[in-house]
Design a protein. Structure first.
Lengths: 152, 152
DNA sequence: GTTTACTTGATAATGGTTATCATTACCGCG
DNA sequence: CGCGGTAATGATAACCATTATCAAGTAAAC
């Protein structure tokens, strides 16, 4: 049930999903935002604002770091992006897939590597908690910390 | 099974547990460290370094903020304290109870309030994942995010 | 008591994130 | 089409939690 999560999502689908949501919200179209959205769509796992910015600049874009943070904040507020805190003081982001399926993370405390995994029993347990508790649960995240294969 | 977690731990037991562990490690006794350990022992849930420092200063202590961070780092490295990242860029800490029993957190994304809960099925699911994955899992944490009763 | 080196508290430095602000450019309206 | 209001941008300063530095203090071994 706990799989290594070898999925390869259709990046394009999230890209258009996000573009539609932004249009529906009435935001203006801009090259900076487009570039950031496209960059996020291309990610396989989470990336920090700085990493996204660096990749964009390497590819010739002139987006400012502020626009990357602004776009991430906007997308996060709209639920289009999931924020992951691995505990090193850096926020990482990855696309939120519309179907609701998602994964969680194994964080190596020695080298900082992040791997993804998915587990149905875990999701089930969390949903049951959400139903039972006096709290409206919108999202959840799980991090398992330890040593990856290489660091062990 | 998912309880509101109304436990009232014996603060003194963790206090002596921590003091013993520090003595065994061979650290020197100091008033600053004692003060921080006592403050942590008195917490019901997680608190940030700054909060701990503020409380100590209010109570007349002269501990410097650096000593609070240093002590937290030391205790965390010894597994005596658990670090929680609620996603607001501030690390929070709470005593790790020797029995291994622990709780997780409900984080209100609008007011920042943090509540604790415990769930056996969740722990069970996580242990099964830990056994199955190619990763040595030392710790785990779960955060459910949403709106608390007051903010809903 | 002396010595050694662990600790401390104040403060400077670091680095991710946010706020500011003048400028640019989208887009609805005439 | 061209104008005007204003969202959005990019550079940069400000912010703030956390870390590193360092001279002074102090616990513990001898």
């Amino acid at each position: 049930m706990a799989t290594p999560h070898t999925h390869t999502h259709d990046h394009g689908s999230w890209n258009t999903h996000a573009a539609d949501a932004l249009a529906r919200k009435g935001t203006r179209r801009s090259s900076a935002r487009d570039a950031v959205v496209t960059a996020i769509a291309a990610q396989d796992c989470c990336a920090s604002a700085q990493e996204i910015h660096a990749r964009l600049r390497t590819d010739g874009s002139t987006v400012g770091i502020a626009s990357v943070y602004r776009t991430l904040e906007l997308l996060h507020g709209m639920g289009l992006v999931t924020r992951i805190d691995t505990g090193d003081g850096v926020a990482r982001f990855e696309p939120t897939h519309p179907g609701g399926e998602h994964h969680h993370h194994l964080v190596c405390t020695s080298c900082g590597a992040v791997e993804a995994f998915h587990d149905d029993a875990l999701e089930e347990a969390i949903h049951r908690i959400a139903d039972r508790v006096d709290f409206r649960v919108d999202a959840h995240d799980v991090a398992l910390r330890g040593a990856c294969r290489a660091c062990r």
